[in-house]
Design a binder for this molecule. Structure first.
Ligand SMILES: Nc1ncnc2c1ncn2[C@@H]1O[C@H](COP(=O)(O)OP(=O)(O)OP(=O)(O)O)[C@@H](O)[C@H]1O
Ligand SMILES: [Mg+2]
Length: 273
């Protein structure tokens, strides 16, 4: 009898392990052969990329290499001309008319934070975080207020709730933008150089919030010039050059010992600055 119970428990454990392995083996975000051109100018060519749930991917590379365009193709702010983008269970094909329902489902899973914050200047900090919740998720004002206050607390800005964004520093505005994105409960956060408009000290505040977010298990894709973040917080690094991913691997290996010619050149330039 006891043996039967033990065997049964073991079988269940084994099944659970297999299940989590399958979830782990299936990327949450997958780009296959993604391409994008503006007229004759090819900006992305044959991009293949997988990001697993809970992973943090840093995308680095020289200016104009296509990093922002790549992020914008993931949430279809820009539509890819070719290839396939999968986020969770939603797959969209580039270069074809986009089915509205699937597009909305794909976007609902993605939060985005831009270099330039993009807060609504005529709304208080609290309203900036509550309004999208009420519009997109249909939350009541009370519920949205509660979630917003929790998130403002999390980014260290509960005391700014009644202020207008203009009265907040750049670092504070960026942390509000992060809280606003998180309020819609995304599965993946996309960051496009979130600290490059900030002075180093204010940048650190934002990086602190992002580090905490990464620790909490959020899946993140971060375009960044912060090499210390790329090396120490992200799990993987992709180096982009001329619209292609020239190198991809575990963050420390790529940052400390790049193998591709473009990766070597870019990281040498970063280190010599
Ligand atoms: N809407 C657009 N129309 C035409 N060309 C564009 C457009 N957006 C981007 N590009 C071009 O695509 C290329 C890649 O731009 P992108 O902004 O993705 O580069 P990036 O790697 O993010 O650069 P940076 O590090 O300077 O932000 C650039 O040559 C840019 O001029
Ligand atoms: Mg960019």
């Amino acid at each position: 009898m006891r043996l039967a119970i033990v065997t049964c428990v073991r079988r269940r454990q084994q099944k659970r392990r297999e299940k989590s392995l399958t979830a782990r083996e299936k990327p949450f975000v997958k780009l296959e052969h993604v391409g994008k051109a503006y007229g004759s100018h090819v900006v992305l060519s044959d991009i293949n990329l997988s990001v697993f749930a809970g992973d943090v991917l840093a995308i680095i590379g020289p200016s104009g290499s296509g990093k922002s365009t790549l992020l914008r193709c993931i949430n279809f702010i820009e539509s890819p001309d070719d290839g396939i983008v999968t986020v969770g269970d939603v797959t969209l094909q580039g270069g074809r008319p986009l089915p509205r329902r699937e597009l909305a489902q794909l976007r609902r899973q993605l939060g985005m934070v831009f270099q330039s914050f993009n807060l609504f200047p005529h709304m208080t900090v609290l309203r900036n975080v509550t309004m999208p919740q009420q519009r997109v998720l249909g939350r009541s004002k009370r519920e949205a207020d509660e979630v917003a206050m929790q998130l403002l607390e999390r980014v260290g800005l509960a005391d700014k709730a009644a202020q207008y964004p203009i009265r907040c520093s750049g670092g504070q505005q960026q942390r509000i933008a992060i809280a606003r994105a998180l309020a819609l409960e995304p599965k993946v956060m996309l960051f496009d150089e979130p600290t490059s408009a900030l002075d180093p000290e204010l940048g650190l505040e934002v990086l602190g919030v992002m580090r905490e977010l990464a620790k909490s298990g959020m899946t993140m894709i971060v375009v960044t010039h912060e090499m210390s973040f790329a090396e120490n917080v992200s799990d993987h690094v992709a180096v982009m050059a001329d619209g292609a991913i020239t190198e991809y691997g575990p963050s420390r290996e790529v940052i400390r010992d790049p193998q591709s010619i473009r990766g070597k050149r870019f990281l040498r330039a970063v280190n010599e600055r």
